[in-house]
Ligand binder design. Structure first.
Ligand SMILES: Cc1cc2nc3c(=O)[nH]c(=O)nc-3n(C[C@H](O)[C@H](O)[C@H](O)COP(=O)(O)O)c2cc1C
Length: 232
């Protein structure tokens, strides 16, 4: 699965490196998207080395937009995970503000959103932040609750970024939801035995031959961001 890991400018940004590692250890592909303020806390190089992919830090980077990068990425990711999520990004996402790569990606993608908020206790308790979180929850966003305890700012209370393992587990739960077939052994007839061949033949659907459509400049294979429905 491809996960866009949004990293914003909070004191917990260093923990996002462990989140990227944890996701990779579970076999996911990770592309890091850092806000400009996040790069003041952790260097993009760290994420580049860990994810083995270029890190997106600038919506208008020369050469990045031959394929309108945020739209191309929006249609290929399976999850948008933001850890840490600042009060600022939470406010922008709740209100549809798209003024950098990460907030624009959110409006362009239909992938599930998982947020790990992290901020000072007073900020987390502020009515504006609570309302923004409620708005996002009503829209289907999922959250990894911040932890309680001693915060970097010297306060004691709720607001510390959840532990990386917890965030990785929450991402895994979204990507592999528990369903009625979870853990069941399913046998699928294959064509290597006589019985399997007969079963496979019986269940095979035979589509009618179709003439290939002429390739136009609007065909999805020429514009990869059109392969999945998107809002723009
Ligand atoms: C040292 C320091 C630590 C900060 N930690 C946080 C934080 O943990 N959570 C938060 O919401 N904002 C925090 N801020 C404020 C954000 O950096 C600021 O709101 C910024 O505009 C966020 O930008 P971004 O959301 O685009 O990354 C911190 C600022 C500084 C200077």
């Amino acid at each position: 699965m491809l996960i866009a890991l949004g990293v914003t400018g909070g004191i917990g940004a260093y923990k996002a490196v462990e989140v990227a590692r944890g996701l990779q250890k579970r076999g996911h592909d990770v592309v890091a998207v850092m806000t400009q303020n996040a790069t003041r806390f952790v260097g993009p190089l760290t994420f580049e080395a860990i994810t083995r992919r270029p890190v997106i830090t600038d919506q208008f980077a020369p050469g990045a937009n031959a394929d309108i990068e945020h739209i191309a990425l929006a249609s290929t990711i399976d999850l948008l995970l933001i850890a840490p999520a600042t009060a600022n990004i939470i406010g922008k996402l709740a209100n549809g503000i798209a003024d950098d790569f990460l907030s624009t990606l959110y409006t362009a993608t239909r992938a599930p959103l998982l947020l790990a908020p992290s901020m000072n206790t007073q900020m987390f308790a502020h009515e504006a932040v609570r309302q923004n979180l409620d708005t996002l929850a009503a829209r289907g966003a999922r959250f990894v609750e911040p932890g309680e305890g001693y915060l970097a700012c010297g306060w004691i209370g709720k607001g510390r970024l959840a532990e990386p393992d917890e965030i990785v587990a929450a991402a895994g739960a979204i990507l592999r939801p528990a369903g009625p077939l979870r853990g069941q052994r399913i046998s699928i007839p294959c064509a290597t035995s006589a019985t399997g061949r007969a079963a496979a033949w019986a269940t095979r659907s035979r589509p009618k031959p179709r003439r290939a459509a002429p390739r136009s400049r609007w065909s999805p294979d020429r514009r990869p961001w059109l392969r999945r429905p998107c809002a723009m």
